[in-house]
Design a protein around this ligand. Structure first.
Ligand code: RNT
Ligand code: ZN
Length: 415
């Protein structure tokens, strides 16, 4: 243990903050690592291009082009990530093998994901989470899936959703940990629609059909709302109000993505609005810059505030944390590690705040002292505690040289 850590620990103790408790607590909080940072969200099932109102930008060399490459990159990145990790998969990352070209997304089964289970176990992931993939696929008709007026299209996507929930149950059982399933669809219109209710009624019906009889023991479903997508600016079927009501009524969860609200709205503010009504809620931790740009997560004010809301409300077991960013303009391994570490940092930072004291001051309406305390807490020696957190996991802060070595040896050879 470094002297700097020991001194810092004492400084925190004087503020009434238990550093050891914080270190233990953060280590246990699962963060789900999205597989899609490694290959620019393309997947393995042949789509070849990203559609559905989302976009990756940049052409940094070294994108994982095969399942083997993606697994190698992810395993490499995961080794540099402290804390408890889960693996977050999309259905488009199926290993189709001899079924390639023969079956479609409505027929995927657990066997197409079994290699991921072996990988997750070998690489130390504590569980697997899953997402049906309702985008980048020829069966998306006029930008619609579950809300399509074309009954065949709608039914196809309901079947894909049901297949995904069945796969999730098996993933949950195989990992011995319930599988969180996030439902996000791109459905929307570029220009002002003449019927807003029709699509929403169809989405409601589709979700009802999709969720009928899913395995409640092993699957935790959620719906992810958003405001708009690129090319779908005027109307989003799965809006925030729609899904919050749907989830409450259906007994499933809401997922809030940090990039899916109007520019001055923040998800940190919304956590406490859902906690009184839901047993759990889920997050896509992302960083929107001017729009839902999915920049790599960094330790900014909103991330700290988000973590504080989880920690101060004693909600670490009620908030399901998943990462959702994809940057193709920088080294993708570094993007993964930086984003994941930022989340870990924010959680540790939140545990190291004088939370009790601050709450008391608010209740006493002593807003002067509250401001002074909060500003003071910002300059406590957080970095020394972070270094110790890493050291206890055999990691160090300076991860770039290693990643650049991998870039030179492995990534740069991918032409
Ligand atoms: C899109 C949503 C969605 C996707 C992933 C790939 O706006 O945020 O969560 O980013 O499912
Ligand atoms: Zn998201």
């Amino acid at each position: 243990m470094s002297n700097r850590f020991l001194e810092a620990k004492e400084i925190y103790a004087r503020e009434g903050i238990d550093v050891e408790k914080a270190l233990e607590a953060v280590k246990k909080i699962p963060v789900s690592i999205h597989c899609w940072q490694g290959d620019d969200v393309l997947g393995f099932d042949g789509s070849g291009s990203l559609e559905g109102g989302i976009q990756t930008t940049g052409n940094y060399p070294g994108r994982a082009r095969t399942p083997e490459e993606l697994m190698a990159d992810l395993a490499y990145a995961a080794k540099m990530m402290p804390g408890t990790k889960r693996l977050n998969l999309h259905a488009s990352y199926a290993f189709l093998g001899e079924d390639k070209g023969k079956i479609d997304r409505d027929q995927y089964t657990y066997k197409h994901f079994k290699p991921w289970v072996d990988f997750a176990k070998k690489s130390g992931f504590a569980g697997i989470d899953f997402n049906p993939t309702f985008f980048a696929h020829p069966r998306v008709k006029d930008n619609l899936t579950l809300s399509s007026p074309d009954e065949e299209t709608r039914k196809f996507w309901v079947a894909h959703g049901r297949a995904s929930l069945a796969i999730a149950a098996e993933l949950g059982k195989a990992m011995g940990s319930p599988c969180f399933v996030n439902i996000w669809i791109p459905d929307g219109y570029k220009d002002i629609p003449s019927d807003r209710l029709g699509p929403r009624l169809r989405l409601k019906k589709s979700l009802d059909e999709m969720l009928e009889g899913y395995d409640k023991e092993w699957v935790i479903p959620a719906v992810e709302s958003k405001v708009f997508g690129i090319g779908l600016e005027s109307f989003t079927v799965g809006s925030s109000e729609f899904y919050q009501n749907y989830a409450a009524r259906a007994g499933i969860l809401c997922l809030m993505d940090m990039g899916h609200y109007h520019p001055t709205e923040v998800v940190s503010e919304k956590i406490s609005a859902l906690l009184p009504f839901y047993p759990k809620l889920a997050l896509h931790v992302s960083r929107p810059v001017r729009w839902d740009s999915d920049h790599v997560v960094i330790l900014n004010d909103e991330l700290k505030e988000l973590a504080k809301e989880i920690v101060r409300n004693d909600a670490a077991e009620r908030v399901i944390i998943g990462l959702d960013f994809f940057d193709a303009s920088i080294n993708r391994i570094s993007a993964w590690v930086t984003g994941q570490r930022s989340m870990e940092k924010a959680l540790l930072y939140a545990f190291l705040q004088p939370n009790e004291k601050a709450k008391k001051l608010q209740d006493e309406a002593d807003f002067t002292a509250l401001m002074v305390l909060q500003e003071h807490a910002k300059l406590l020696p957080f970095g020394d505690i972070w270094d110790e957190f890493l050291a206890r996991e055999g990691l160090k802060e300076d991860y770039l040289p290693e990643i650049l070595g991998y870039e030179k040896e492995v990534l740069s050879r991918r032409k």
